[in-house]
Design a protein around this ligand. Structure first.
Ligand code: IPM
Ligand code: MN
Length: 353
């Protein structure tokens, strides 16, 4: 009997279905080669469903997702839906309810990928950012007082629990150890101003560091890291940070790896079900044209295989992406400028498997 992985497919909105289609194509190709299989189950979630039915994310669905080996998400976002509804109601809700407490973001520059930085190449840009994914300013703590009056007050509190911070930092140390690149872990915070939240992070980090004498520990303030990612990305190996800082620096980092056409992320519950997604949104203006870059989604598939324990298969897809880019046939990472269609990029990558 072939080993089978049950995967929930959340195509989502806009260009989501187009990139997931190519991701699935490449995943099927590797499964054939490696003698395992996927059982994909489609779920209808996103702005289109919300506009049609008023439903954002049915409770039963969350329960069903727990039975899968992983989830593969295209994009959530719709121009006719007010910002916040789908983000909080679907994406953040899934992260929280499924306790996907790590947001994993590899930042790797493939060959022939154009970036805004001068004089930096693939050997300079190869790091992994580990973002806490269930707490901080995303926890939703706070509220209004005297809303819509001249005296209104809005508070938004950053929630940092010792438990939540420790499990994230421990994951980061383990990750740095397993990755065995420079054995370096950088904590990104703001200890010079956030003397409570960042202090808790710093103390947890220092305590856990004692268990990992082989890992070189480093610290950087979040504002400084924004400068260094541009000036000296080669300094970084693994970076760990809180939810909002992580949100911001991973977008910056996406740009130094060639943009959202390439960047992928994993919402990881190391003890449960994880969800993998390309970083790009639903891109309404490119929808249905078969011109969006599917590499980010294919990369999300690589991460999924890694977490499922199919390390060799993950490496093979990563190599296939490298070869496809080395071939010079993909002219740009930007939608509409690739010189190939979405389908053709997927076919090209699958052909190297
Ligand atoms: C991300 C996204 C989300 C976030 C949005 C869509 C809620 O920007 O995954 O980084 O802020 O976490
Ligand atoms: Mn973001």
């Amino acid at each position: 009997m072939l080993k089978a992985y049950k995967i929930a497919l959340l195509h989502g909105d806009g260009t989501g279905p187009e990139v997931i289609r190519e991701g699935v194509k490449v995943l099927e190709a590797i499964a054939n080669k490696k003698n395992f299989k996927f059982e994909f189950v489609n779920y209808d979630l996103g702005g289109a469903r919300y506009l049609r039915t008023g439903e954002v994310l049915p409770e039963d669905m969350i329960k069903e997702f727990k039975k899968f080996d992983a989830m593969y998400l295209g994009a959530i976002g719709h121009p006719d839906v007010k910002p916040g509804i789908l983000e909080k109601g679907i994406l953040l809700k899934l992260r929280f309810e499924l306790d996907q407490y790590i947001n994993l973001r590899p930042v790797k520059l493939y060959p022939n990928v154009e970036i805004p930085l001068k004089n930096k190449n693939s050997s300079d840009i190869d790091m992994v950012i580990i973002r806490e994914n269930t707490e901080g300013l995303y926890a939703g703590a706070g509220g209004f007082l005297r809303k819509n009056t001249p005296y209104e007050v809005a508070t938004q509190e950053s929630i940092n629990t010792r438990f939540g911070v420790e499990r994230c930092i421990r994951y980061a140390f383990e990750f740095a150890k397993k990755r065995a690149k420079n054995n370096k872990l950088t904590l990104c915070g703001k200890t010079n101003v956030l003397t409570y939240a960042s202090d808790l992070w710093q103390r947890s980090f220092n305590d856990i560091a004692k268990e990992y004498p082989q890992i070189k520990c480093d610290y950087a303030n979040v504002d400084a890291i924004c400068m260094w990612f541009i000036k000296n990305p080669e300094w970084f190996d693994v970076v760990v940070t809180d939810n909002l800082f992580g949100d911001i620096i991973t977008d910056l980092a996406a740009m130094i790896q060639g943009g959202i056409g390439v960047a992928a992320g994993g919402n990881i519950n190391p003890e449960g079900v994880s969800m993998f997604e390309p970083m790009g949104g639903s891109a309404p203006k490119y929808t249905g044209q078969n011109i969006i870059n599917p590499i980010a989604a294919i990369n999300a598939g690589v991460m999924m295989l890694d977490i499922l324990g199919e390390i060799e298969a993950a490496k093979d897809i990563d190599n296939a992406i490298t070869k496809a880019l080395e071939s010079g046939k993909i002219k740009s990472m930007s939608a509409g400028k690739m010189g190939l269609s979405t389908t053709e990029v997927g076919d090209l990558i699958a052909s190297y498997i």
